[in-house]
Design a binder for this molecule. Structure first.
Ligand code: AMP
Ligand code: ZN
Length: 113
């Protein structure tokens, strides 16, 4: 738990979130600024700055996060979806607590911006 981390504060219940589903290790909640009809963030309860860092220290928790991604897609009835993990400020990462964006519910273009 990092007290100055927004997502740790959501995990702790100090900041409200629109929770979609959760597991022992992960939480899924709707993005406050959705970029598509479905825009959910899947985060680990453990504070790690990005996806690679989580995979390095707790691969089973990364697997748990991905299982929750699939559960979110099922809950929202998505036929297909995009999962994005921004890493570093140059890639527009703004919250340095690992999160997977689950984006769907509309036609998605490729390549992404
Ligand atoms: P990133 O830019 O990859 O670090 O993504 C951070 C995401 O967190 C952005 O899409 C924000 O819209 C989202 N976000 C910021 N604050 C909140 C919040 N309080 N509840 C839900 N999502 C948030
Ligand atoms: Zn955190």
């Amino acid at each position: 738990m990092s007290t100055d981390c927004l997502f740790c504060r959501i995990i702790a219940g100090e900041i409200p979130a629109d929770v979609v589903a959760e597991t022992e290790h992960s939480l899924a909640f709707r993005d406050i600024s959705p970029q598509a009809p479905t825009h959910v963030l899947v985060i680990p309860r453990r504070h790690e700055p990005n996806a690679a860092a989580l995979a390095a220290v707790a691969p089973e928790e990364m697997a748990d996060a991905w299982a929750l991604v699939a559960r979110v897609a099922e809950i929202d009835g998505l036929e297909g979806y995009r999962t994005v993990a921004n890493t570093g400020a140059a890639a527009q990462q703004t919250v340095f607590h690992m999160h997977l964006h689950v984006i769907g519910g509309r036609e998605l273009t490729w390549p992404p911006g």
